[in-house]
Design a protein around this ligand. Sequence first.
Ligand SMILES: [Zn+2]
Length: 200
Amino acid sequence: MSYKKEFEKGLDKLWKYRRDNFLAIVGGQHRKKMSRKEREKEIKNLSNLVVETMIRDKKIRQEFNQTTKKIKRLKISKGNLQKRFNKFFQKAIKKIHNRKFIYIFWGKEKKCLYVGESRRGIRRLRGYRRSIIFKEARKVEIRVPVPKGLAKLECMAIHILKPKYNEIKGPKRKYARKCPICKNTNRIRKELRNVFAIKG
Ligand SMILES: [Zn+2]
């Protein structure tokens, strides 16, 4: 089943719940109300389905690429960790001259490990010298954003690539309002809370 279909099904479930409640009132019966916790669980599920639907949308992929001005890919050589890092870092210093960019650590089998942003140039990457992220990484992709596109690029990359080590993946991120995926998810979540309001 497609994510969009699943979204429809989840939404129908909430509507049916509400409908049954009305009918119970009309029929003079008592019916257990949906708790806040139960509702939040449904809304969370629906929010995830919005994200899954959107990241598969061609237009969103296009927007992600249009927010990228330039891409550089740096391979990480083999050998001991220290040497590997130094070699990588030297290469990065030579190749990356922009101050603002996002960096994507890639592991084996094209698994995305981490997405981060730098506002102060390549030195930001120094902190990964001894990290588990660098240890696992095979490649680092640098994406330079179009003007004012840094936050949007980073947030979109996290939705689309689902990095293993990023802790905050959803619309709680502080730049969420710049990201079209967060924007829609937040809007739908807010409306669902209004439509399926819980009193008391
Ligand atoms: Zn976002």
